[in-house]
Design a protein around this ligand. Structure first.
Ligand SMILES: [Zn+2]
Length: 266
């Protein structure tokens, strides 16, 4: 009985780490095996081996191998940074090289403004078709989510977010704007707003959505020929007066896009 419980526990950790980081599940199995070979008996031996191995693989092994296979890490600059401090450590920051080029072009277009490009989930380093959950389409190195731009109540643009993860704080429709959330709910898509559970905590409650900053940010991407599509909720598309045909609605099968912007390459 104890063996079955242990097997189920290891299986669960394997699946969770794979969903979260792609390589973490395999590293966990390797850690169990290595810890058994380790003759000394410190407490939390498997955890220690896992942490050391995970850091080694993520920081030193994955980047060069992913690069050979066609994906690279999102590069950081003074204006391009992750919105969530764990995104890079969880290997959720890999893209095709064209994406880095597109972001740098956008960064140049934003020169002289206070607007930053704060990225959220992109793709995992390996395997075409391996989804980065909960985003089913982030599976080919061509997709990335970008955080909205926020400002203080007196209009000062900031790079800060309203949730720890960067997801789940919605800029909902105002009276008179299209309400896609209601439509999707009425059609039975109950999961449409489930990202509200992924905030990991709300922060910076005094900040407000910057319509002009977010519009300028989106326009910086629209200037690129590498851009395929942008997803944002219809009420924000209307509010920001965005008319470019590459700005689409993602459909009720996806999740709300009034807490972030989704970009994909051509
Ligand atoms: Zn996305």
């Amino acid at each position: 009985m104890k063996k079955i419980a242990l097997f189920l526990f290891h299986s669960l950790v394997f699946v969770l780490l794979t969903i979260l980081t792609q390589v973490g599940g395999v590293i966990y199995l390797l850690s169990i095996w290595m810890a058994r070979k380790w003759p000394v008996k410190p407490r939390y031996k498997t955890l220690l081996v896992f942490l050391a191995l995970y850091l080694f693989v993520t920081l030193l092994l994955v980047p060069p191998v992913a690069s050979v296979l066609g994906r690279e890490k999102l590069s950081h600059t003074s204006k391009i940074k992750p919105a969530f401090f764990l995104t890079d450590l969880l290997n959720r920051n890999y893209v095709r090289p064209e994406m880095n080029k597109m972001l740098h072009e956008a960064e140049n277009r934003l020169a002289g403004t206070a607007i930053e490009i704060r990225y959220l989930d992109a793709n995992f380093p390996f395997c075409y078709g391996f989804p980065l959950l909960p985003h089913l389409s982030h599976n080919d190195g061509k997709k990335i989510d970008i955080a909205f731009v926020y400002q203080t109540r007196d209009g000062k643009i900031t790079g800060k977010q309203k949730s720890v993860s960067g997801y789940g704080v919605f800029e909902g429709p105002k009276p008179g704007e299209p309400n896609q959330m209601r439509q999707c709910r009425n059609r039975g898509y109950r999961h449409y707003g489930f990202t509200r559970y992924l905030t990991l905590g709300r922060i910076n409650s005094k900040l407000v959505f910057s319509a002009s900053g977010t519009k300028r940010l989106i326009e910086s991407f629209l200037g690129s020929k590498r851009l395929g599509k942008i997803f944002i909720e219809p009420h924000l598309k209307q509010r920001l007066h965005l008319t470019d045909p590459r700005i689409r609605y993602q459909g009720c099968r996806s999740v709300r896009h009034d807490d972030h912007i989704h970009l994909q390459l051509r």
